[in-house]
Design a protein around this ligand. Structure first.
Ligand code: NOJ
Length: 750
């Protein structure tokens, strides 16, 4: 099945859906149906719609409580139901036994796949492939909806500059433009072309907003973001999701400039509703309404309900303050009827759009859509594209399948559990394929494959297994050492102050490297790790993230050259934690570090700072370990003939560049376009990504790639929310990463 086909609604499903003639089809019909229903609802029923509960399977009394709450119209949504049967049972009570028969909406964190696991979002983003990411989200929607899930809490659209933050794994990288493109692709994949298709699920833009700027990279921490920065860096991906038709937003845990984002009229009412005209609904993050109390923003639960509702939260996740205090607040005039009605209207609208009123049940009879061959094929393709070749010098990759003896070593070589990543949903550990489990399928029958984990787990400090790994390495012609961060160190609340290889892994690398055998590192992780010493002792490094179900096949496809690596980093890799925050689109400062001086090898670590008073550290280079956009291939690409046209009648510039595959293999290059505005009303970043294209080239093939640079794309927000495009001097680069490329200056005329 082609990707295109996957993104189209399934014809048979549409036919089935259309059998429910009662579905209001047009926007106007939906609005009429919403108003009609709203006019019949009691206040308690309205507050019920604004309430989302966590579905707990145990003890049995919890189930009974949930069912009774549905019968009494005290709940509008559940998260985390365990099966389609549970969904149908609760839905049956809602649409047959509750007074107004309003269906429930069931949500789940389908973040990087449901049963078929794709790489963590940060990994997916390294494919720079919106179409493929959309296809993966479509697969996730089809799988999840078969279990009654019609709402995912994804995509995560937070931008961060801090890999200490465990949730960097869930981001789509550090760049607002790329995050916007890829986030919108996910929305298209989840929601499909028709939301009422039972295989489409509503998406949720989270965590609105600024959550990725948590101070010190510590989860849930305070954020301080000037308005211009908020609008230029943190909001664009959310706006792109809104423009892609996303149905829901999730307010975040963090306080933003002193106002918690789950009670923030500026972001939720002024920007989201007024400026962007968003007509779906906002769900709070888990308990985040109640957490207004520890934030020191609300005095008690009643106050939290008041602030959450006034702030612009429509549905409260888990905590029950709206339901418990809404009536008294309204009675006392602390909130208005219009606020309640607006929230309920939005929730009902989304339920109508999803077709839940006419088609509330989940079909449990159709053949399984889980983990199908096609789902696995898409997972394998995306997984190979997500991995980044960081080093291959001297060239040891691709490995020869005819090699005599290969040692597959390391605690992550055969750890299915660590392949899963931070949100494993319905995936089963044993379904995740490891490197070692598939390695033999890639080599000739005469090749010996030796295996030794060296350490029992990635975090283990017990070094007694290292000797066996060294022994295997000595017998081998080449070593593939699988190391990195276990899945439990990445994700929500998994922040780290040290980003080195956990446990005794550095000792393992040192011992294996000391054998002198050619060393290939496969590094897993939910974030950029710092591994300079390991990198120096290896000839090749493949950064594999947490890859999901198809980890092993994707890695071996790349190691053996069945597929040529094409992934490029979407976060800057620091040399050391002390460089954080480090990101490519930073400001220049009045005293920029002279990279030239660093390249000349002038001293670092000299107390006198002999090369002058620049914005830099004395004890580490200012450049990162690996820059944003970086990634190697088994072939090479040459960039020539950069040309920039004069502006057309609309001020649009056309940039062209020729790219030639100058190596000996077919390959795909992610061509990146950056610009810089030299002088602005506010200081401007030294580079900003404005375009990218994946270009596949045969050996020797030369292709001209064209980008349009609109004046709009060069503009930015200043304080007060004003968007400006300023005439003046600019520079444009086209290249294979953010630290290289051909460039040309240009002047934007008034
Ligand atoms: C808390 C997390 O911050 C959010 O990302 C998630 O969607 C909710 N829990 C629901 O599980």
């Amino acid at each position: 099945m082609s990707l295109r086909r996957l993104l189209l609604p399934c014809a048979s499903v549409l036919l089935a859906a259309s059998a429910f003639a009662a579905t209001p089809a047009s926007d106007a019909e939906i609005e009429t149906a919403v108003e009609k229903l709203l006019s019949k609802m009691t206040l308690a029923e309205k507050l019920g719609q604004m309430s989302q509960r966590h579905y707990a399977l145990k003890p049995q009394t919890e189930i009974t409580i949930s069912e009774e709450a549905v019968r009494q119209s005290q709940v509008g949504s559940f998260l985390n139901p365990d099966s389609a049967e549970t969904v149908n049972q609760l839905q049956r009570i809602a649409v047959e036994e509750s007074r107004l028969k309003i269906p429930l909406i069931f949500g789940l964190d389908v973040i990087h796949g449901y049963r078929t696991l794709f790489p963590i979002p940060l990994g997916q983003s390294c494919s720079w492939n919106p179409e493929l990411i959309a296809a993966a989200a479509r697969v996730a929607a089809i799988e999840a909806s078969s279990a009654g899930i019609r709402w995912t809490f994804a995509p995560m659209l937070d931008v961060t500059h801090d890999p200490r933050w465990g949730r960097v794994a869930e981001t789509l990288g550090e760049d607002p433009f790329l995050t916007s493109q890829l986030g919108a692709a996910m929305v298209r994949g989840f929601q499909g072309q028709n939301l009422a298709d039972p295989q489409s699920i509503a998406a949720c833009a989270k965590h609105y907003v600024g959550y990725g700027a948590a101070e010190g990279g510590r989860d849930y921490n305070t954020t301080l973001i000037p308005e211009a920065e908020l609008r230029n860096i943190y909001l664009p991906s959310f706006k792109a999701a809104k423009d892609a038709g996303i149905q829901t937003f999730m307010s975040a845990f963090n306080d933003l400039n002193g106002v918690p984002t789950s009670a923030n009229p500026f972001t939720l009412r002024q920007i989201l509703r007024k400026e962007w005209a968003f007509d779906g609904f906002v769900v709070s993050d888990w308990n985040s309404v109640k957490e207004l109390i520890p934030h020191g923003f609300a005095a008690d639960e009643r106050d939290a309900a008041r602030l959450g509702i006034i702030g612009g939260v429509d549905m409260e996740m888990v905590s029950t303050n709206f339901r418990e205090h809404g009536e008294a607040l309204l009675h006392d005039g602390a909130i208005s009827q219009a606020m309640i009605d607006d929230a309920v209207r939005r929730i009902l609208r989304v339920k109508f759009r999803l077709g839940l009123f006419s088609n509330p049940y989940t079909d449990t009879k159709s053949p399984s859509v889980l983990l199908t061959e096609e789902n696995l094929r898409i997972a394998r393709e995306l997984t190979t594209q997500s991995m980044v070749l960081l080093k291959n010098e001297p060239r040891v990759l691709p490995l020869s399948p005819e090699g005599k003896t290969i040692a597959v070593l390391g605690p992550l070589a055969d750890s299915a559990t660590d392949m899963r990543g931070c949100w494993s949903c319905a995936a089963k550990i044993e379904e995740c394929r490891t490197v070692y489990s598939v390695f033999k399928d890639y080599v000739s029958p005469t090749t010996r494959v030796l295996y030794a984990p060296g350490l029992a787990t990635a975090g283990s400090k017990d070094t007694k297994g290292i000797a066996a790994a060294v022994k295997a390495a000595r017998k081998a012609d080449v070593v593939v050492l699988c190391i990195g961060e276990g899945h439990e160190l990445s994700g929500e609340a998994r922040c780290r102050a040290f980003l080195d290889l956990p446990g005794a892994q550095q000792e393992l690398v040192d011992a294996v490297a000391a054998t002198g055998k050619p060393l290939v590192l496969v590094i897993f992780g939910g974030r950029p790790l710092t591994f300079s010493r390991a990198a120096d002792s290896a000839q090749a490094i493949l950064y594999a993230w947490h890859p999901g179900t198809m980890a092993g096949p994707a890695i071996c496809d790349l190691l053996f050259g069945r597929t040529n690596p094409s992934g490029k980093l979407t976060t800057t890799f620091p040399r050391t934690v002390g460089q954080i925050p480090i990101y490519y689109n930073h400001k220049n400062t009045g005293r920029p570090t002279s990279f030239e001086e660093e390249k000349l090898g002038l001293p670092i670590g000299t107390p006198q700072n002999t090369i002058g008073y620049y914005s830099r550290y004395l004890d580490v280079h200012s450049t990162p370990a690996f820059p944003f956009g970086f990634g190697l291939s088994y072939t090479t690409f040459a960039y020539t003939d950069l040309k920039l046209s004069q502006p057309d009648a609309n001020g649009v510039l056309t940039a062209t560049v020729a790219i030639t595959n100058t190596g000996a293999r077919e390959g795909t290059e992610v061509v990146q376009l950056y610009t810089r505005q030299f002088v602005g009303s506010l200081t401007r970043p030294i580079k900003e990504l404005k375009g990218f294209q994946r270009v596949a080239l045969k050996v020797g093939e030369k292709r001209t790639v064209t980008f349009a640079v609109t004046p709009q794309s060069l503009g930015y927000f200043v304080d007060g929310g004003k968007f400006i495009v300023e005439p003046g001097r600019y520079q444009l680069w086209i290249g294979g990463d953010s630290a290289s490329g051909l460039s040309t200056p240009f002047v934007l005329k008034p």
